[in-house]
Design a protein around this ligand. Structure first.
Ligand code: SAM
Length: 202
């Protein structure tokens, strides 16, 4: 069986009991370097997932009889490896265990419900900001090209009344949550790994 296990936002305490149990009963663990390092005292084999996605897929397909867990940050079904593996491996061989997404985590920290939230990402694409900013409640996973500053400039260009929340390094000791109008966010020099929530001003 191939498990795809969400580790939660980062700090290991956020993993589900089921995820932890399946990880430690696996023969092989596959994941990004940072995620693999977070799994201590694992006695099986660890394989690093990087730019070798196709190779990893072939390896998994040739080893379906083994107990393999692919670990992913947050929830694997939210801008994670869940989609690729679900599209390429027979579902009877797959078991996805949800984790707490960084998106869910930030909403609980700011006491805002996730009802009707529009979820999107800036990873590897040019976002359609007219469409994105037409929503009352947005959560965006970001990359190094399009992050909080670029988002705030797009809001200012359109003269919209929005509140922006930037959640950095969520669940880690250096977590930082910044809330403000676009001009406040633009006054912050630099942000680490982050998710951005954009809300209509009430
Ligand atoms: C490929 S996506 C994976 C999202 C993940 N599946 C989830 O549910 O959280 C990676 C992006 O998620 C966001 N992210 C993941 N973990 C984070 C954390 N602990 N703090 C802030 N942002 C995080 C960042 O925007 C990062 O660039």
């Amino acid at each position: 069986m191939i498990n795809i296990i969400g580790l939660g936002p980062g700090e290991f305490d956020y993993i589900t009991k089921m995820g932890e149990k399946l990880i430690y009963s696996s023969d092989i663990l596959i994941g990004g370097k940072r995620n693999l390092e977070s799994i201590e005292n694992f006695s099986g084999e660890k394989i690093v997932l990087g730019n070798n996605l196709k190779e990893i897929l072939d390896f998994i397909k040739n080893n379906l009889h083994k107990n393999i867990s692919v670990i992913a940050s947050g929830d694997p079904s939210i801008y994670g490896i869940g989609k690729y593996l679900s599209n390429n491996i027979e579902h009877e061989n797959l078991n996805i265990v949800s984790g707490i997404s960084s998106l869910q985590y930030i909403f609980s920290k700011i006491f805002v419900d996730m009802n009707d939230v529009y979820i999107t990402s800036s990873h590897g694409k040019i976002p359609d900001f007219d469409y994105i900013l037409s929503h009352k409640k947005v959560c965006m996973v970001t990359d190094s090209k399009i992050g909080p500053h670029e988002i705030c400039r797009e809001i200012q260009k359109r003269n919209l009344d929005k509140i922006v929340v930037v959640g950095e390094n969520l669940s880690y000791a250096n977590e930082r949550i910044t809330i403000g109008k676009p001009k406040d966010i633009l006054s912050v020099d630099k942000f680490d790994m982050n998710v951005v929530v954009i809300l209509d001003e009430k």
